[in-house]
Ligand binder design. Structure first.
Ligand code: AMP
Length: 223
């Protein structure tokens, strides 16, 4: 009898590049667990846990939260039962040190990064997207004031929550997040490319079309 093996997918790409949206689709299509370190950190901040209190300043400035803090948070989730059939890592790894840590954590579970999907979006497009982004703090749905407005201004279509602009979606903070991305996260492309499990998809266009490209890349790379 064939036993389905778990699949672990890393989603790479700049802030505002559509990783969150596509991660939700991928997890639904392939029955994986969505692990967004950004969402997990925002939740820690909201609950004012010791980790959240420590992470908050870095996040507000658009800087990376120290590897050690994020690693600890991720480790707990990876060992959860829901993570057993595989995960989509959204926003992790963001540094080479995190990529190495992730390899180690997965190896302990007899797993590895099977696929790294890179969503490529130019900086000018990212700035326009992020400054207009509005998110629902209740259910996590994401809108855009111009490109994807909610039916009623300021109100979440999905759950009726009041939409907010993330504190780190202000233009000065976005510029810092993009700088950090180019400096620390872009080198990960070479890391996964050299292993032969990186696929690049152009992230400009309709979310449906981008998803189809990602799905096709998953089929090509999954082993
Ligand atoms: P995101 O929602 O993925 O754009 O993340 C929002 C913020 O959370 C980032 O700007 C960082 O401050 C922090 N963050 C999220 N993921 C990581 C990570 N893997 N390493 C360090 N900081 C992170």
């Amino acid at each position: 009898m064939m036993v389905a093996r778990s699949v672990d997918v890393v989603l790479l790409g700049p802030p505002g590049g559509g990783k969150g949206t596509q991660a939700k689709r991928l997890t639904a299509a392939f029955e994986l667990l969505h692990l967004s370190t950004g969402d997990l950190l925002r939740d820690e901040v909201k609950r004012a846990t010791p980790l959240g209190v420590e992470a908050q300043g870095y996040m507000q400035r658009g800087e990376l939260v120290p590897d050690e803090l994020v690693g600890k948070m991720l480790m707990g989730r990876l060992h959860s039962q829901q993570a057993g059939s595989g995960c989509v890592f959204d926003g992790y790894p963001r540094t080479l040190a995190q990529a190495t840590l992730l390899d180690g954590l997965l190896a302990e579970l007899g797993r590895r990064v099977d696929v790294a999907l890179y969503i490529n979006v130019p900086d000018e497009e990212l700035l326009a997207r992020l400054t207009g982004r509005r998110s629902c703090p209740v259910c996590g749905a994401v809108f855009h004031v111009v490109h994807n407005p909610p039916r009623q201004e300021g109100i979440c279509d999905a759950c009726g929550g009041t939409l907010v602009q993330r504190a780190d979606d202000r233009e000065d903070v976005i510029r810092e997040r993009l700088r950090v991305y180019h400096e620390s996260t872009a080198p990960l492309l070479g890391f996964y490319r050299s292993r032969g499990n990186l696929a690049e998809v152009q992230g400009v266009g309709s979310p449906d079309a981008i998803f189809e490209e990602l799905r096709a890349a998953m089929g090509r790379l999954k082993r």
